[in-house]
Design a protein around this ligand. Sequence first.
Ligand code: PEP
Ligand code: MN
Length: 305
Amino acid sequence: MRIAGQVSLDDIPNICPLLSRAANPQYGEEGTRVVDVAGVRFGGERAVVIGGPCAVESHAQTVGLAQAVKRAGADMLRGGAYKPRTSPHDFQGSGLEGLCILSIAREETGLPIVTEVMDPRMVPEVARVADMLQVGSRNMHNYSLLAEVGRTGKPILLKRGMSASLCEWLGAAEYIAKQGNLNIVLCERGIRGFPSGEYSRYVLDLNVIPAAKMLTFLPIVVDPSHATGVSAMVEPASRAALEMGSHGLLIEVADLSCGEPKCDGLQAIDAATLARIVEFAGARRRESEVRSQKPVAVAASWPAN
Ligand code: PEP
Ligand code: MN
């Protein structure tokens, strides 16, 4: 039986002629498109580690954390000036002032910045400051936002919708690519499953890393912070993601001695933990220079959606 709108991974070359591995044989079976963000290379030889606060709250908080993230050895700074919150009455981010603080943090540390843009009308403003634009989980299906960020030509971090299939996620990436922008990094951030919220925030779908790599040449990173929602789980989840072939990590960091963050404090790690994760990522690279990394073999035919 065929059902309207039903797609499977076999349809990916048609859905994604610009991004699928099958439609772009120049990448071969294992090649990755390296996405360069101000000298930080996603999909290069080394896993990229991005650290920083959930939200930009103040100059002191963000610049202090940026310095700690830099000392921990991470490659980039994250931080939302615009925050998608469940309640419209909660802190929505510090907006333009937050963008200004992010650019000061970059000047102070030299770390490139990734920050979220939620509204197509705000894309030019955010793109003026950001080295990389983040499209959040809730906006993965926002096709006009995807086209707008695509038109900037800036590198895009495209988070997976929390209930999105791999087909839908890659289709969303194709909307960006259709604007002539192939500088896209996928970010797995946990999906909804039946235990979500019982002992972790979402279900970290590690299996999607090798699956995505088989279907597209885009780099893929993991956000263990939103995936787990529990600070003690972030370090082991980071290690697991790297073992599964993640090209990098996006991690929330806080300095609790400066007070409770306005959002997501329970999943934030401290700078010392971040430094251990950076060390693990580096050690793993040295090891992989010895044992060459082959993609995991997956069953020849994909289950239908
Ligand atoms: C974030 O990274 O700040 C964020 C809100 O994540 P997500 O879109 O994955 O929920
Ligand atoms: Mn957060």
